[in-house]
Ligand binder design. Sequence first.
Ligand code: NAP
Length: 294
Amino acid sequence: MTQKVAFIGLGVMGFPMAGHLANAGFQVMVYNRTTSKAKSWCEQFPGNYAETPAEAAKQADIVCCCVGNDDDLRQVTVGPEGAFAGMQAGTIFIDHTTASAEVARELAQEAGNRQITFYDAPVSGGQAGAENGQLTIMIGGPKEQFEQILLLLNCYARFAKLMGEVGSGQLTKMVNQICIAGIVQGLSEGMHFAKSANLDVAAVIEVISKGAAQSWQMENRHQTMLAGEYNHGFAVDWMRKDLAIVFDEARRNHSHLPITAVVDQFYSEVQAMGGSRWDTSSLFAVLESKRFKH
Ligand code: NAP
């Protein structure tokens, strides 16, 4: 029997992710707050759209979701006409939003009260990863239904792993964001210094990317950083949302994140430069803007 899936949130990430499910043969019902995007999704993929999350979720065996932040997630799940109101007992909710571990635990509790199983499943890999079906997915939730959801997740994942109980997916994503913040700042400072030393920056990267300084950011972002192009999708506004979640959790688990805290301030400088929608490699622009100021 064809599995029925609902997908809530057709943004940069959700739109192609839902598309992969439809192309893989799932019977997909989408919901998007701005209905024009849902209509345009239906023109590109086999599937239908609903006017509310509850309506989209009504017939679904599995409901997936990818919205902005904790509050958006609460709205589309337990808010008026939220998905949970439409879901049947025994169904599964998978959340791909980057949100707090707290909200994951809170919604898992709410879901459990209705015999719905909740998984937090944030993703890494950006717009390109979503479009190419090459996302990395870190998941928190019970072992029992994991094999079942893995079949679905594999439609857009290159790698998906159950990290532990609910909330573990979000905690793993926080580690991911902490690591990215430090790496991008380090790369930006290296390139900024290379320019100041009148080196051929592209040649420098060609050499050092063969050694211990190599990183995904170095390989994939140095050329566009040098060109001052920051159009890679994952916006600085989103990164600051993610880092705020990280700092909240760090206060609770008493970890010290001095570099991440400084980098967050540099991202606020990017915002002040008008770069709210630039991608995270724009830390380089902050350094370059200061080149002649001292
Ligand atoms: P996006 O393009 O801004 O899309 C956000 C989606 O959420 C839209 O469909 C939006 O609906 C919907 N939404 C937001 N608030 C809502 C609300 N209160 N009620 C109903 N729908 C609501 O964002 P995105 O880039 O796809 O990112 C989505 C999530 O994935 C975020 O948590 C982000 O941090 C995470 N993420 C993004 C990337 C990336 O590279 N973009 C990578 C990894 C993780 P409308 O169309 O009506 O606005």
